[in-house]
Design a protein around this ligand. Structure first.
Ligand code: 8FY
Length: 407
């Protein structure tokens, strides 16, 4: 699937998430689920959960017949072991299904990758990365999802993962985009920074960090009255999170695709085509933490120039030496970012973006969080904080005292 497809896919993520939710709510009386993807090789037909099907019906298995399409539905069994229970989500890559592992009698998440042109390579690369990081983290100390198994079925690669809970994006959405508290953000950010700095230490860059790729380990929540909004809101019982989707994770020695990340979380050096490294993950995580803190996407843009203009509104002018180096000369005029203040886009930007410096804070911990965000959203890669350094930022001093108390 091309980049353009990926972007249009992502533009529709909310409606897709909604559709999948409706779908889950409808189970077990399911209907045929048609998406634009059915035009591809992967066909998913969700049929009735079996309550009204004949008991003596032959069991559906996924046999490895070359050339046949993988046509599976609830109740299908992959590799004579993984019985499909429901759909957990889908994306440009394919689908993630909840399955019952009949050998271990526990639930797992199985990612069935589309067999489009390059998705085979993406899936093989994801498996290689997961094998590497899971083996480097024997004790499961760093919050990266565990791969349990993988196999090929009718030329689709299937990757078996531990079953996790809702993504942080889905949690926010189901909670009316009420932001997380600073205390909650501290706990989640600490795990995320440890996980991603572990990747960085091991010569990897994730390249696609976003709320959708950060999953709670458990979806359990309590209902609480929110004094600010006078609403009943959800509070996760546990703040344990894990990073998923290593399909575009890149080792230092590997070819670096010029365009990486999902637009809203894309670092300026990627947009300006200046080359990128681990620090593009730091930028993405800065955008993610902002979203956790405000319940809204920081740079909700649809094109590159508008995106850069939004950055200038929030963070000040892009340093001229970066604009001098860019190959994207059409973004630059007179050594400054091309801007069209009069256009409707200019108005949209001023309406939606506030300078980070002018955000009012009520407490010292909020100030510390905003200070940390400022260090992460630094234009110049050479001056951007590393995650190793960020873990020593005053925002985390409470975590460090707790950590030392524990060990
Ligand atoms: C999962 C849900 C989901 C939307 C994954 C997993 C594996 C991935 C790319 C996400 C609810 N429990 C649950 N859900 N995924 N929603 C789009 C894609 N997937 C997972 C592992 N364990 C899970 N447990 C691979 N690759 C994006 C992925 C999530």
């Amino acid at each position: 699937m091309g980049r353009k497809d990926k972007e249009s896919w992502e533009a529709e993520r909310t409606s897709a998430a909604l559709a999948s939710l409706k779908l889950q709510a409808q189970q077990p009386t399911l209907e045929i689920y048609g998406t634009p993807e059915t035009s591809g090789q992967l066909q998913l037909t969700l049929l009735s959960d079996g309550s009204d099907s004949a008991d003596d019906a032959p069991e559906d298995t996924c046999e490895d017949n070359e050339g046949e399409q993988l046509d599976y539905h609830i109740g299908s069994v992959l590799k004579d072991r993984y019985e499909m229970v429901s759909m957990l989500g889908d994306g440009a890559f394919g689908r993630v299904m909840k399955c019952l592992d009949r050998h271990k009698n526990e639930f797992v998440a199985v990612k069935v990758v589309m067999n489009f042109e390059n998705s085979y390579e993406v899936a093989r690369s994801e498996i290689a990365v997961l094998e590497e990081i899971n083996s480097l983290d024997d004790d499961n100390k760093f919050a990266c999802v565990r791969m349990l198994d993988w196999f090929e079925c009718k030329r689709h690669i299937c990757i078996v993962f531990e079953l996790l809970g809702l993504s942080t994006f889905e949690f926010l959405r189901q909670n009316d985009f009420l932001p997380f508290s600073v205390e909650q953000i501290r706990h989640m950010a600490f795990q995320l920074f440890r996980a991603v700095s572990f990747l960085h230490r091991n010569k990897l860059t994730h390249t696609d960090l976003k709320p959708e790729n950060i999953l709670f380990v458990s979806s359990a929540f309590d209902l609480e009255d929110d004094p600010k909004t006078m609403c009943v809101c959800r509070k996760p019982k546990s703040l344990e999170v894990k990073v998923v989707d290593f399909g575009t994770a890149t080792f230092d020695h590997q070819h670096h695709e010029s365009l990486v990340s999902t637009r809203h979380y894309r670092a300026p050096e990627v947009i300006l085509d200046l080359g990128w490294n681990q620090s593009c993950d730091v930028w993405s995580l800065g955008c993610v933490l902002f979203e956790f803190y405000f319940g809204q996407t920081l740079f909700l843009s649809h094109d590159c120039l508008e995106h850069l203009a939004m950055m200038e509104e929030v963070l000040g002018p892009i340093p001229p030496h970066l604009l001098e180096q860019t190959r994207k000369k059409h973004f630059v005029h007179n050594n400054r970012l091309k801007r069209d203040e009069q256009s409707s886009s200019g108005g949209h930007i001023r309406e939606h973006c506030r300078p980070l410096k002018f955000i009012e804070t009520e407490s010292e911990e909020e100030q510390q969080l905003l200070d940390l965000l400022g260090c992460m959203l630094e234009y110049d890669v050479g001056r951007r904080i590393t995650l190793e350094e960020a873990l020593w930022h005053p925002f985390f001093s409470l975590m460090r005292t707790k950590q030392t108390q524990r060990s």
